[in-house]
Design a binder for this molecule. Structure first.
Ligand code: ADE
Length: 223
């Protein structure tokens, strides 16, 4: 899989993609991430990428020209399955969308900043708009990083224990059961006995029951 990220603050991604699971996926060539600095596509001598909005609303707007140039350059080189714009008014990201995107070959993610991008970018170049929640961050970089993490970890071969992503909360619309590790007893707080029993059938039943209970309890929060 190849992900091209278009950003006006590319340095924000450096440590993110240098860390553990994602870095391993890159080193093992399972995924290729290319970060494009929007300023490199500005033809303005000051590398300007934003401007005031028509109509006088406060806040700067990312201009269409550098974004168009970057996307058009990329599209000349390969076919993209989808071009995503990260924006707080997009569709809220969920596990189903992550699964779907993890099967794509080439995607472009455009990060907004300031007031957002010129509407014509959205109209002409964007296939889908994604939000990571109903709150506003100062740019689309953290949302883009969250999206990349959520999809890359699903690609076969990325996680150490490949099957573990399948048991994540929200796969099958269920929340994962509680998990415990050593010690068995911490200041009188004990690990549920069934998990120590070695009885795999009982453990499976317990996990499923906990999943169902938790999902029922928390479903209002998810929706
Ligand atoms: N840009 C700013 N806030 C955002 C959000 N919540 N989701 C996606 N992109 C954003």
């Amino acid at each position: 899989m190849r992900i091209d990220i278009i950003s006006s603050l590319p340095s924000l991604f450096e440590s993110f993609f240098a860390s553990s699971i994602l870095n391993r996926a890159i080193v093992n060539k399972i995924v290729k991430i290319k970060i494009h600095d929007l300023r490199d596509y500005s033809e303005n001598k000051h590398k300007k990428i934003d401007d005031y909005s028509y109509g006088g609303e406060a806040g700067m707007v990312l201009k269409i020209e550098p974004i168009a140039k970057c996307i058009q350059n990329l599209k000349k080189k390969r076919k993209y399955d989808t071009i995503i714009y990260m924006t707080p008014d997009g569709d809220i990201l969920n596990q189903k969308k992550c699964n779907e995107l993890s099967q794509k070959k080439n995607i472009i993610i455009l990060c907004g900043r300031y007031k957002g991008v010129d509407q014509r970018v959205r109209d002409l170049f964007i296939d889908q708009e994604i939000s990571i929640g109903n709150y506003v961050l100062s740019g689309g970089e953290i949302p883009a990083a969250a999206l990349c993490d959520s999809i890359i970890r699903l690609i076969p071969g990325v996680m150490n224990n490949e099957s573990s992503a399948l048991f994540d909360s929200f796969q099958d619309d269920l929340i994962a059961p509680p998990i415990y590790t050593r010690p068995e007893n911490w200041n009188g707080n004990k690990v549920p006995y069934v998990l120590l029993s070695g009885n795999s059938k009982k453990i499976k039943e317990w996990n499923e029951e906990q999943s169902r209970k938790l999902t029922k309890k928390k479903i209002k929060i998810i929706k």
